[in-house]
Design a protein around this ligand. Structure first.
Ligand SMILES: [Zn+2]
Length: 172
């Protein structure tokens, strides 16, 4: 019985659904102890990000720099690198909202990822909302595109909030 439970947990770790690409990359990198393959996959993710949002690659450097200055994300980053404890009570309060999807969270090149979505630091969230909103995200398509490449806590709520206050979005 215990063996079955362990096997189940192993399966869950290896099949995180849509986030398989990065998870595979990370497990490979972990096994090889070289991050060459991880680096390739991170580059694919970064390309999807800049492509979907029509931003320049330098935006990624800004994400890394702003992540370094984001206190909450730095606590998340330390928790990821130390390894998650057995109990949610043992993680810092600002990290607790990430608990349910902790197995999807990774760090590479100073950037945090939820699966293959880039986690946007607080100081850049308004800017990213404005970028998505350039095309008026009242359209489901642009919301989906944004959600596919980036993430932060309450991102969906903030996107809805902006489009609900915008007369153009409201027209959709
Ligand atoms: Zn709008």
């Amino acid at each position: 019985m215990r063996l079955q439970v362990q096997r189940y947990e192993l399966d869950v770790q290896h099949i995180p659904g849509r986030d398989m690409l990065l998870a595979d990359a990370l497990s490979r990198a972990h096994l090889d102890d070289t991050d060459a393959s991880l680096q390739d996959d991170v580059e694919v993710i970064v390309h999807s990000f800049t492509d979907a949002l029509s931003v320049s690659p330098s935006k990624i450097q800004q994400v890394a720099e702003a992540t370094a200055e984001d206190q909450d994300l730095q606590q998340l980053r330390s928790t990821i690198s130390r390894g998650w404890p057995d109990s949610i009570a043992d993680v810092p309060q600002v990290v607790q909202p990430y608990w349910t999807f902790r197995k999807e969270l990774h760090e590479a090149k100073g950037i945090l990822f939820k699966g293959h979505r880039i986690i946007i630091p607080r100081s850049m969230r308004n800017e990213m909302l404005a970028i998505i909103h350039e095309t008026h995200m009242g359209t489901e398509k642009s919301k989906e595109r944004a959600r596919a490449v980036m993430y932060w806590l309450q991102m969906t709520w903030q996107m809805e909030d902006i489009s609900s206050k915008c007369p153009i979005c409201a027209g959709f």
